[in-house]
Structures are given as structure tokens and as C-alpha cells.
Design a protein around this ligand. Structure first.
Ligand SMILES: Cc1cc2nc3c(=O)[nH]c(=O)nc-3n(C[C@H](O)[C@H](O)[C@H](O)COP(=O)(O)OP(=O)(O)OC[C@H]3O[C@@H](n4cnc5c(N)ncnc54)[C@H](O)[C@@H]3O)c2cc1C
Length: 389
């Protein structure tokens, strides 16, 4: 007999696990289906850490969602007795008229957020290892820091299970269909039915949604962990997270990184993690080559040489994963234009993780109530002009 649920969640990465937790807390009978493990490193939510910050340069409209996300992360930590969010402070630097600095100031002003401008002497006193080009402005956000990403996905999953959700891992959804008696989901092992379907398939979202007028570009992204030459300068407790605008002609990204985390406490490599935030080459998520290429490793060392020369030691670990980019770099969270029982969240464009708990809540609202009081209107599909086909 076909198992039936109130809601099926397709894909249990960051957003799906958060949705399972939010739906189960609201009393829905939930089934989350994941093709790999929960958590796993093959999608967009692996790699130990993610930045969290509030003076959001991408757009001030994200700030109210971030206010809720910070509170919701702390609630999840309390419910699951798991430490997930670490406010190390975040140093950001860039040309005074660049996207990062102007965007952060705009968001801070619009929402009265604390955002300090650091003079050179203050930067040197606070973060002596960071070398910032002389023309750059330097900002400090005390509430910025990092989240432990695999641990967070596991915590959402645990929370969902504790509230009665069913999770099935290593089961791949092949297709879904809406009929008069609900949504039918067919996997490589079984067939399920539910009143509602939430699609949170990350880089694989286009497999389920592309034909409905949404364009998503999946790109290859690399991060590396190094053993700093002078480890004490970059240790957790001494060194903050950072985000630095790349002013190289033709570049449009930011270098970012984290303090060295002791693996005994945080799990994962005991080194300083660094990456470059900008969409990389377009890839097929089912054919991603996960080996780090020589040019990619050289680029990691280039970034370190420019901004953190004393961190530029041997590579300890690397990970190749994926962004799922929307056309404008903003998330897409909405009801399906043709099938009202179906809702989805995708296109997180390399900056979605910090929002996971609030996206989970928004998806639960959309699935159970048909709408949400959270301010997600700016993330709707309508902005692309796509409608039913
Ligand atoms: C290198 C890197 C650095 C990043 N840095 C930051 C950062 O500092 N701060 C920040 O906020 N964000 C950051 N992000 C972005 C953030 O991590 C993503 O936005 C977020 O993880 C997306 O979550 P998701 O649930 O949409 O995707 P995923 O976590 O990939 O989840 C999708 C899930 O669906 C499953 N799935 C897909 N198809 C099927 C199927 N057919 N059947 C069953 N299951 C299926 C997948 O296996 C996967 O588990 C970064 C991303 C990357 C890659």
C-alpha cells in the first residue's frame, strides 16, 4: 500500500532538513527523502563552516529574515543541545565605492545595525595578520561569525525526527506528479503520496523545476584548508571571519575565510579555511569532478599571499562543491505556478546557508497555510516573469 503523509520534502540538505524540522514542529506528518546520507558532502551544504552576517550587502531586504534566522539558530541550538553558531566577529574590506562596502553600509543604515569602520591602527591591533590594500575601507560586524554546516543539517534532522518526521536516506526521487488525490512521489525504491510537496533539491532542483520557467545555473566551487605558517595568529578566539572584495580588474567576487578550528572541538580539518565567492564554471551536478585542480590550489595560495601571507602554509584539505545560481543571485522561494500543492526553495547562489531555519519556516507556512507572514515576497518567482506553461 502507498504510504501517505501530509507533506513530502524532496531533498534533505540544509533547506530540506530545516523544512522537515519546521513542518514536524507544526504537527504535520512529514516524509523527507534524500538520495545520499543526512548530512553528506556531495551537494551544497558540506565543508564544515558557513559565514553568517547581518549587514547584508546583497540587499537590505534580507535583514529582517536574518534577524529571524539568528533567533531561530539559537532556538535550534537549545532544542537539540548542539552548538552551531559562533560569533567570532567578521572583518570586511573593499574599495569605498565597491559592492561589498556600499552594500553593507546601505543595509546597516536601513535597519540600524551596528557596523564599525576600523581605522588602520585598529585593524592592525585587532587582526595583525590581515593585510588590506591601502585604499580599502575596513568594516567590522561584531555579530558576524560562522555556522557548523554538517552539524546544523544533522541537528535539523534530529529535531525533525524528535517531532515525528520520517526520513529516508539513500533513496532517489525519480519524478513527481499531481493528481486529484494529492502529490505522488516516485523514487528508485518506492512510491509515496502526500497532500503537499516541498522541493528543496539544491543543485538538482532544475531536474524538477526547470521546465516551469525557472533558470538555474549550477557552478563548481572550491575551498581549501591550510596549516598557517604562524598558527597562533589565526587560531579560533584570536582571529575573526573575513570577507574581502576582490578589486582585481575584471573580478567580481570576494575572498572569505574562517579562523583555524581545533578539530577536537569542531570536527573537520584543523586548519584555516579559505574560499572565493563568485560563481565558478558551470557544471552538471551528476558529473562533478571532485578532484582539486592544480590551478585551483594555486588560486587558494594566491588569495592567501595577497591578504594573509602568514597563513599561507601547506594544504591540509580541500572540497569541491556547488552553487545553484539564479539569474539575479537572489533566492527563489515560492509556490509552484502551475501546481498549488507544490512549493519550492532553490537558487541560493552561494549565500543561502545562514537563512536555512527561516527558509524552513517559510516553506512550512507556504505548504500548510498557502502563504507566509515572513517577508519573502522579494524572493518570489514572479520577478523573472515566469508563469504557468
Ligand atoms: C563552497 C560554498 C561556500 C558557501 N558559503 C556560504 C556561506 O559562507 N554562507 C552562506 O550562508 N551560504 C554559503 N553557501 C551557500 C549554502 O551552503 C547553500 O545556499 C545551501 O547549502 C543550499 O542548501 P540546499 O538545501 O538548497 O542544497 P543542498 O544542501 O545541496 O540540498 C539539496 C539536497 O537535495 C538532495 N536531492 C537532490 N535531488 C534529489 C533526488 N532526486 N532525490 C532525493 N534527494 C535529492 C541532494 O542530495 C541534497 O542533499 C556556500 C556554498 C558553497 C558550495
Amino acid at each position: 500500500m502507498t504510504a501517505t503523509f501530509d507533506v513530502i520534502v524532496a531533498g534533505v540538505g540544509a533547506m530540506g532538513a530545516a523544512a522537515c524540522s519546521a513542518l514536524a514542529q507544526r504537527g504535520a506528518r512529514v516524509l523527507g527523502i534524500e538520495r545520499f546520507d543526512v548530512p553528506h558532502p556531495f551537494g551544497s551544504s558540506g565543508g564544515q563552516t558557513r559565514l553568517i552576517r547581518k549587514a547584508y550587502y546583497e540587499h537590505p531586504d534580507y535583514v529582517p529574515l536574518l534577524e529571524r534566522a539568528y533567533a531561530a539558530w539559537h532556538e535550534l541550538e537549545a532544542r537539540t543541545r548542539t552548538a552551531l553558531l559562533f560569533q567570532t566577529g567578521l572583518v570586511c574590506a573593499g574599495p569605498p565605492d565597491g559592492v561589498l562596502v556600499t552594500g553593507m553600509r546601505r543595509a546597516a543604515q536601513a535597519h540600524r545595525l551596528e557596523l564599525a569602520t576600523l581605522a588602520r591602527e585598529e585593524l592592525t591591533a585587532r587582526v595583525p595578520a590581515l593585510r588590506v590594500p591601502s585604499g580599502f575601507d575596513v568594516l567590522f560586524e561584531a555579530q558576524g561569525g560562522f555556522l557548523l554546516c554538517e552539524r546544523a543539517v544533522a541537528a535539523f534532522a534530529h529535531d525533525a525526527l524528535e517531532h515525528g518526521a520520517v526520513l529516508r536516506a539513500r533513496e532517489r526521487i525519480v519524478r513527481w506528479d499531481v493528481t486529484g488525490d494529492g502529490v505522488h512521489v516516485f523514487t528508485d525504491k518506492d512510491h509515496y503520496r502526500a497532500a503537499r510537496l516541498v522541493i528543496t533539491a539544491g543543485p538538482w532542483s532544475a531536474r524538477f523545476l526547470a521546465e516551469r520557467g525557472l533558470r538555474l545555473r549550477v557552478t563548481r566551487q572550491c575551498v581549501g584548508w591550510v596549516r598557517p605558517q604562524r598558527p597562533a595568529l589565526f587560531a579560533y578566539g584570536a582571529f575573526p571571519c573575513f570577507l574581502i572584495d576582490d578589486d582585481t580588474p575584471g573580478a567580481s567576487g570576494c575572498w572569505y575565510g574562517f579562523p583555524s578550528l581545533p578539530s577536537a572541538v569542531f570536527a573537520g580539518p584543523s586548519g584555516l579555511k579559505v574560499g572565493y565567492h563568485a560563481p565558478g564554471p558551470v557544471v552538471d551536478p551528476d558529473a562533478l569532478d571532485r578532484a582539486l585542480r592544480a590551478a585551483e590550489e594555486a588560486r587558494i595560495h594566491d588569495g592567501l599571499t595577497r591578504f594573509l601571507p602568514e597563513a599561507d602554509g601547506p594544504l591540509l584539505a580541500a572540497q569541491v562543491c556547488m552553487y545553484t545560481n539564479s539569474d539575479d543571485g537572489h533566492f527563489v522561494v515560492d509556490r509552484h505556478p502551475s501546481y498549488p500543492p507544490v512549493v519550492f526553495a532553490c537558487g541560493f547562489s552561494g549565500h543561502g546557508f545562514k537563512f536555512a531555519p527561516v527558509i524552513g519556516e517559510a516553506l512550512a507556512d507556504l505548504a500548510l497555510d498557502g502563504g507566509s507572514s515572513l517577508p519573502i515576497g522579494f524572493l518570489s518567482l514572479a520577478r523573472f516573469g515566469g508563469g504557468p506553461r
